[in-house]
Write a protein that binds this ligand. Structure first.
Ligand code: FMN
Length: 249
């Protein structure tokens, strides 16, 4: 599965089969998170499965099944970190998707006291990502939750501003915007707007209000880069918002 196919296949999985991950998958996830956070001040800890029966407690109204393995995304308490958590955490989500596992970004609907990983001074637990086997079919309640949230999907034109309409902008921009809409964002707000002017593309956060949009920004930048590269425009975003897209080579 290519990264682009993982973007297409991923959903926020809110139902988990009660079947622990095998040691090989755990090793693979641990090696990958180590590689992702090397040289940063982030700690992505893969917890579980369930030593002594400890489990991640997710809010029952939203989730079903037992989660015995999850990633705890830990780092300093500032917006540049929140953006990095989004960019690198979404790499982990896409990796899990490629491994055939279910995952879900969770910032709010879980019991923080059920996370046993100790925090150092200056560190906070930003998000958790349950990682597990999915049931063959998501139950009705979980499908209804997702459908309700996805009703808020923005149209591509709402995520774009420019000197020409989106349909007349380079095709890699429309591809990037589509991949951002397919991505996860907190309460599906999709807060990043892309501005194309003077042959320069900028990622902006016009309605910033509660810091989580910086995690959404990191996720959106990753999805955009993957789709733009698949459409023939490899490049990378500068940090922050507004940020410029820098084509490679
Ligand atoms: C930073 C972040 C935090 C999130 N927190 C939660 C959460 O606490 N509970 C939850 O059920 N979903 C959470 N989500 C998942 C979003 O609701 C979901 O990504 C969005 O509705 C789009 O649906 P999809 O991911 O299934 O495509 C979060 C997503 C992100 C990116």
């Amino acid at each position: 599965m290519t990264p682009m196919e993982a973007i297409e296949a991923r959903i926020s999985c809110r139902a988990y089969a009660d079947e622990p991950l095998d040691q090989g998958s755990l090793n693979e996830l641990r090696a990958y998170t180590e590689e992702l956070t090397r040289g940063t001040d982030l700690r992505f800890v893969i917890v579980g499965p369930a030593e002594g029966g400890a489990r991640l407690k997710l809010v029952k109204r939203m989730f079903t099944g037992k989660v015995s393995t999850y990633a705890a995304l830990i780092g300093p308490d500032d917006n540049p970190t929140r953006e990095k958590v989004g960019y690198l955490g979404e790499k982990l989500v896409l990796k899990a998707t490629q491994m055939g596992l279910g995952s879900c970004w969770v910032a709010g609907t879980f019991d923080r006291a059920s996370v046993s990983e100790p925090l150092a001074a200056g560190e906070v637990l930003h998000d958790v990502i349950p990682l597990g086997h999915m049931p063959a079919k998501q139950p009705f309640a979980q499908r209804a939750i997702r459908a309700g949230l996805r009703k808020r999907d923005r149209r591509p034109e709402a995520l774009y501003q420019g000197s020409v309409p989106l349909a007349e902008a380079p095709a890699w921009i429309a591809a990037g915007v589509d991949a951002v809409i397919k991505g996860p964002s907190a309460v599906n707000e999709q807060p990043v707007v892309f501005v194309w002017e003077d042959e320069r593309l900028t990622a902006t956060l016009p309605y910033g209000k509660r810091n989580l949009e910086y995690t959404d920004l990191g996720i959106a930048k990753l999805h955009f880069e993957i789709a733009a590269e698949a459409a023939g425009m490899a490049g990378a975003w500068n940090a922050g918002a507004p940020a410029t897209f820098v084509p490679r080579g």
